[in-house]
Every structure is written in C-alpha cells, then in structure tokens.
Design a binder for this molecule. Structure first.
Ligand code: SF4
Length: 337
C-alpha cells in the first residue's frame, strides 16, 4: 500500500497560481490531472522569524472542496472527492522541490494536513502518513493533523494512533478544531456530525503518550460564539491537552456570514480572564495571534483558489500567475477575499 502510494507520486500537479511572501508563506494553487475544476492549495510556509533551517511547514489539501462546510472557511462546500495518496504526496514533493536539499538540513519539517478538506474523512491520509518518512527523508519530520472530529470515523482515529506510534513517535501533533465550548455553536460552526467534547477528551487522553506533544484544542474565537474556560477545565485533562486561541481569520465566506474575530479586536481583553483561569488549572495556553501578513498572502484555507478563480480571465495570456513579494514590494495591498 505504501509502496503503491509512493510510486504514484509521478503525478505532477500543474501550478496555476502562486502568491505569497518568501519570509512568511507562499500559497500554491495546483490543478490535478488536468481537470479544470480540480484545483487545490498547498502552502510552503515558515514560522517567522525562524528561518527554514529551523522550522519549515508544508501544508497540504486532503480533499477537493470540503464536505464539512464551515461557514467561516473559503474551502468549505463544493466538495467533489477525496484526494488520492499520490495526489497528496505530489503536493509535498512540489514544495520540497522548491528548496532542493533543505529537508535534510531542517531542524523541524512539519507536514500539516490542514488545508482544503477534512483529513479524517479521507482514508488515504493514513497512507500518506505512512509514506512520508521515506519520501521526505528528513530526520526531523513531524506529522500534524487538524480535524473537526467527524462522527463515524472512529476506525480512522484508531488507525491514526497506530500510525503515530509506528512512524512518528514523539513527532506528531494532533489538533482538534473546536472553536466553541457550546454544542450549539459548534453545530453552527462545524455543520457536519462531529464528536461531542466528552468523546474528544477520552480519545485525546488515549492518543497522547508520555513525552509527546499534547493534543491541541484550537479555538478560532469569534464574537458572539461561546467560549467558557470552565467547560474546558471540567472536561479535559491538562496533562494531555493544551489550548490554542487564534484569531478567526478574514475570509469571504466568514465575512458574508457576519463572523468577526475576537483576537486582534477591542474585545481581546476579555480573553485575559479566560486565559488566566485555564493556566491556573494547569493548561498550557497558546495565544497565537500570528503574522498579519498571512492574511495579505491569503494563506487561509481556500482563499487562494477563490482568488484564482475570480481573477481567471480568457485574456490572461499565460495560465500561470505569480505574485510574489520578495521583501521589497508594497505590502499595503488589501487581503485576498
Ligand atoms: S475549516 Fe476545515 S473542515 Fe471546515 S470547511 Fe474548511 S477545510 Fe473543511
């Protein structure tokens, strides 16, 4: 199975659009199998101000469109199909090829399954996790899966534990995108059947092994969306879980649905109390405001594909558009979307 997946990496995705800043992230839109509608994104990213030799993040798509349809995400909706293992590995290879030899020198090379698509809904994601160590050849390869915990995928999650143990012991990061502590708000934000918090708490405690990275509980906080630290404290064990608070990044669909971020807003101060309560209960809390330039390069899910589709015109002479900021161009352009 693994060998098959690697052999198929001969599939070369066609780069049709690219936008970014070399010291933050470059988002690459690729066309799969010559299919006009087969556009997915992958990201060649850094963790500023760290150089690539210290940390390199390759973010890939797992589905063509996404059946979950989170209303704040530009990748939501228009689901066509799962990507094959070869199509996912080809995205990784594409980004690796941009920096020949860099993988072997990198102290932490993270392949993140968090672009277009919900990785747990695709069985081939596990094949890719198994094939990556041989493909990448990086001594410091990390696997990272961000998931909304879709219901009905219990077997997939059990196999994920096996894959972590076998291929990534001590080098794996699992993140649950919760976004709210209220089941009603979670249902609104993640309109797909998903595990209740209690199930995530029980699974994460089994997933997290001694000396391993704690399981992340991610909250991209928006106004008028419930976030009660007491729910986290009551349900989750800080020995196994860490809390990450991030801004809800600006997207076309998010703006249309009326979502406004909490972090980076005047209401951010309200989070201080919640953060304090979590820390006093033993939780690691990461306030990840990120780099504003990520919004400029449109490195939020689905933005680059949307932008490419909106700008695609018959008069464009080449089907390859490239807007790269190499550090000396005007950064005042408005964000995508
Ligand atoms: S946030 Fe993730 S799960 Fe939700 S629609 Fe976007 S890609 Fe799908």
């Amino acid at each position: 199975m693994v060998a098959d997946a690697r052999e198929e990496t001969a599939i070369a995705p066609e780069v049709v659009f690219e936008r970014g800043m070399d010291d933050v992230a470059n988002v690459v839109v690729v066309r799969l199998n010559g299919d006009e509608r087969g556009l997915v994104e992958c990201v060649d990213g850094l963790d500023p101000p760290r150089p690539r030799g210290q940390k390199w993040v390759i973010n890939i798509s797992t589905q063509l469109g996404c059946p979950v349809g989170c209303p704040y995400c530009d990748a939501g909706g228009h689901f066509q199909r799962n990507l094959s293992a070869a199509e996912m590995l080809a995205q990784v290879q594409l980004i690796l090829d941009r920096h020949p030899g860099a993988a072997a020198e990198c102290a932490k090379l993270k392949v993140h399954f968090a672009r277009m698509g919900e990785p747990a809904l695709n069985d081939s994601t596990l094949e890719v996790l198994a094939a990556l160590p041989a493909l990448v050849g990086a001594p410091a390869l990390w696997g990272c899966v961000a998931t909304v915990a879709p219901r009905g995928r219990e077997k997939w999650f059990e196999r994920l534990i096996e894959h972590k143990e076998r291929f990534y012991r001590g080098r794996f990061q699992l993140q649950f995108s919760l976004n709210s502590t209220s089941s009603r708000d979670r249902a609104r934000l993640v309109p797909y059947p998903h595990w209740p918090l209690e199930t995530i708490a029980a699974y994460g405690a089994r997933f997290h092994g001694s000396g391993e990275r704690k399981v992340g509980l991610n909250f991209a906080l928006a106004r008028d969306v419930a976030f009660d630290p007491q729910v986290v404290i009551r349900l989750f064990d800080p020995a196994h879980f860490a809390v990450k608070l991030t801004p809800l990044n600006p997207t076309t669909r998010g703006a249309a649905a009326g979502f406004v971020t909490m972090l980076r807003s005047e209401r951010a101060a309200r989070l201080e109390e919640a953060t304090l309560a979590l820390r006093e209960s033993g939780f690691d809390v990461i306030l990840s405001v990120g780099d504003e330039r990520e919004n400029e390069v449109g490195s939020n899910c689905g933005q680059a594909v949307r932008f490419f589709e909106a700008t695609r015109a018959p008069s464009v002479e080449t089907n390859v558009l490239r807007e790269i900021d190499h550090g000396n161009q005007d950064r005042t352009q408005p964000p995508l979307g």
